[in-house]
Design a protein around this ligand. Structure first.
Ligand SMILES: C[S@@+](CC[C@H](N)C(=O)[O-])C[C@H]1O[C@@H](n2cnc3c(N)ncnc32)[C@H](O)[C@@H]1O
Length: 337
């Protein structure tokens, strides 16, 4: 039996407790960088700087998809690397060893997550052998990208199509958060500017409240999107010099330069109805012929407003968009022109 501190208080940790996946280990505390509650799942919630107060812990389990950002923070806090376990099936060091360490301590969690990458490698073997694939770059080979293989791989084919046909225009993402997808988009087009629209402080409180009341999201969902910043996002971008950061509430945040552009590829990933509609109003008229818009969350069970926004845009413009629904994790809709 080991004494554990669990870093991450989201759905994954909830699942661990609900399914008793931590075995007979003793949990001392749950770590959250911005704790909302004093207790969660029956354990005290602490900030990362308080971990060292629990001198007698055996392991800190990083049970969070942003493990690659958390691990350096944990090391800065003098948590010995050999006491850190991550639950994502990462393939690069030092994450890989931290994942493998979990085999002896939390075998059920380890086995469950080990399957994730195996399944992706098996079913997409041919693509993974393709040297031009983003998955050939170790940065994009871990859980975060692998868990939404179809979205990223489809984007990659779309990017190749744009290049092959010489489709003109810049790139944009509205709904950037920490820059995960923006970094993939930009990595395929080292020569293009990428406009990045976000508050970088989470959703507008009024729009968030409306969607919460409509049952389209939870409090945790709203809270979790506050934890980012422009600086943090830029660290993830392969070509930060290409970024035009438009921080603030959209559409007020649109800069003059962005209005003058045409766009070859746009990602709309803002989760809610009004903002998605504003995104379409701005970007669709500026989409180049042969360009693409990816609208995330179009076919999910939650975030119903995204689909409504597309319907409303078609109704107000009287134009039927060319729509290709994608069977990826969040039901992305591809719009072409
Ligand atoms: C799901 S996240 C985006 C995730 C991101 N595409 C990624 O790859 O990780 C949604 C983001 O949209 C932003 N957002 C939503 N509505 C907005 C608006 N009207 N103006 C600015 N940002 C907005 C939120 O701040 C949040 O960061």
């Amino acid at each position: 039996m080991c004494r554990l501190i669990i870093w991450g208080a989201g759905q994954r940790t909830k699942t661990c407790f609900e399914r008793s996946l931590l075995g007979d280990n003793e949990v001392l505390a749950i770590v959250e960088s911005m704790p909302g509650e004093k207790e969660k799942f029956g354990y005290p919630v602490i900030t990362p700087d308080r971990i060292c107060e629990f001198g007698s812990y055996d392991y800190v389990i990083i049970n969070n998809q942003y493990y690659y950002e958390i691990l350096p923070i944990a090391c800065d806090m003098q948590i010995p690397l050999e006491k850190i376990i991550i639950t994502d099936h990462a393939v690069d060091e030092p994450f890989k060893t931290c994942f493998e360490r979990g085999k002896a301590v939390i075998p059920q969690v380890y086995e469950m997550n080990k399957l994730v990458l195996k399944r992706i490698v098996k079913t997409n073997e041919r693509d993974l052998l393709d040297e031009t694939s983003i998955y050939a770059d170790s940065k994009y080979r871990d859980y975060e990208y692998g868990s939404d293989y179809f979205r990223y791989r489809t984007f990659e084919f779309v990017a190749e199509q744009i290049k092959e046909e010489g489709i003109e225009g810049e790139l944009a993402e509205f709904g950037v958060f920490r820059g995960l997808f923006s970094s993939v988009i930009s990595s395929k087009f080292p020569e293009k500017k990428i406009y990045l629209f976000d508050t970088f402080e989470g959703f507008d409180s009024e729009e968030g409240r409306k969607e919460l009341e409509a049952g389209n999201c939870s409090d945790t969902f709203l809270e979790s999107h506050k934890d980012t910043s422009v600086e943090r996002m830029l660290l993830n971008l392969p070509y930060p010099e290409n970024a035009v950061v438009c921080k603030g509430f959209f559409p007020e945040s649109i800069v003059e330069k962005a209005k003058m552009e045409h766009y070859a590829f746009v990602s709309l990933d803002v989760d809610f109805e009004e903002s998605t509609l504003e995104g379409l109003r701005f970007f669709y008229p500026r989409l180049s012929d042969g360009g693409y818009i990816f609208i995330h969350d179009y076919n999910t069970q939650y975030l119903k407003g995204v689909r409504n926004a597309v319907r409303r845009y078609e109704a107000e413009t009287g134009c039927r968009l060319k729509k290709i629904p994608l069977a990826d994790r969040a039901g992305t809709l591809i719009i072409t022109k």
